[in-house]
Ligand binder design. Structure first.
Ligand code: SAH
Ligand code: SF4
Length: 361
């Protein structure tokens, strides 16, 4: 009989497992700490548990993490890992050094951002996104979500990253339960101990789930992938926008900002000739009026085979400046890690395509 993998189990699940074995519940809490805080995966070395209990745990459970199949480092220090899950599905995790440092996680002082995946593939199918071309392969378990962060800490130590963004593959709000479970493990002081304010959940705009997220009170920052400031325009590039209309979506975002007491980030990818005019600046600034927010203007990271273009650097800078005259907090990001297929899902989509072709032969 195969053993149960404990990675991703919550504190209360571990307590219950231990209780079912006839043990005290607090041993579940001890185990939680060993697993996520100490990251000791050998039961034998969990020294505050009795020898008898350690043997019992080893008989029944195992602790398995993720193993990378591919690892690439960009000239700007961005690192990308491709993992194969147990059922061979590919996912990606990216580590982005802070702008000032541009150094790899092995040498930096720890102000790196870990960009993690929440699903293998994605069902939302935004027309500009590499992950979207794969469709949804499956939801990640809570263990596979936190496993990406545990892997980075195991490899690079406690300063592997200081911020977490759920901007890898997948739509986190369409894998709601596992994402919430993972966030609770991340933010628990005896878990990964990451401040919720250092975690950003990015969504394409699943309105009812934004409201539900506010109710969960996990305290993470919300980012909305806006990319166009009117309903008409948005639905041209994001089919999901037809289901979740912009007016109601913005109400949910305002509600999240109020209930979390944190500013919301709007992601705005600039596509050449689509959303980069003075009118777009007007529409965007009107849309966010009165809202405590930040706008990230991001240069499109071209995906081969998709019909979108990245504007010139001059155009990107112009747009950022114009917008900044009307909205206070604007940052302009030229895509990073372009030399290592760092666009969301690009590397995994490539592997997925290769697998599919070889399966057909
Ligand atoms: N599904 C969620 C989170 C993952 S995508 C979401 O859509 O928000 C993370 C971010 O990468 C989103 O803002 C998405 O629009 C953006 N993105 C996707 N493909 C991109 C590309 N080729 N270039 C730049 N940004 C991209
Ligand atoms: Fe999915 Fe986000 Fe890509 Fe859209 S941008 S297809 S929601 S991963």
């Amino acid at each position: 009989m195969s053993k149960l993998n404990l990675t991703g189990l919550s504190k209360s699940e571990l307590e219950t497992r231990l209780q079912k074995m006839g043990e005290k519940r607090f041993h579940g809490r001890q185990l939680f700490k060993w697993l996520y805080s100490v990251r000791q995966y050998d039961f034998e070395l969990m020294t505050d548990l009795s020898k008898e209990l350690r043997d019992k745990l080893a008989e029944n459970f195992e602790i398995n993490g993720l193993n990378p199949e591919d690892h690439r480092i960009s000239v700007d220090g961005t690192e990308k890992f491709l993992f194969r899950l147990d059922d061979n599905k590919p996912i990606e995790t990216v580590v982005i050094p802070s702008e000032e440092e541009d150094r790899s996680p092995s040498t930096s002082s720890g102000r790196n951002t870990a960009c993690i995946s929440s699903q293998a593939g994605c069902a939302v199918g935004c027309f500009f996104c590499a992950t979207g071309t794969m469709g949804l392969l499956r939801d990640l378990t809570a263990g596979e979500i936190v496993g990406q962060l545990m892997f980075l800490r195991d490899k690079y130590g406690p300063s592997a990253f200081s911020n977490v963004v759920m901007m890898g593959m997948g739509e986190p709000l369409l894998n709601f339960k596992n994402v919430i479970d993972a966030i609770r493990i991340m933010t628990d002081e005896t878990g990964l101990n990451i401040s919720p304010k250092k975690i950003v959940l990015s969504t394409s705009g699943i309105t009812p789930k934004i409201i539900k997220l506010a109710e969960e009170k996990v305290g993470v920052r919300l980012a909305l992938s806006l990319h166009a400031a009117t309903q008409q325009k948005r639905q041209v590039i994001m089919p999901i926008a037809k289901t979740f209309k912009l007016d109601k979506l913005m109400k949910a975002v305002r509600l999240y900002a109020d209930s979390s007491n944190l500013p919301v980030t709007f992601e705005y990818i600039l596509f050449a000739g689509f959303n980069d005019t003075k009118q777009d600046v007007e529409d965007l600034s009107r849309l966010v009026r009165g809202l405590r927010c930040k706008i990230n203007v991001i240069a499109y990271n071209p995906v081969p085979g998709l019909d979108f273009k990245r504007p010139s650097d001059d155009k990107i800078n112009w747009f950022g400046k114009e917008l900044n005259q009307k909205v206070k907090a604007v940052t302009v990001r030229k895509s990073r890690g372009m030399d290592i297929d760092a666009a969301c899902g690009q590397l995994a989509a490539r592997k997925f395509e290769k697998d599919r072709v070889s399966a057909q032969i």
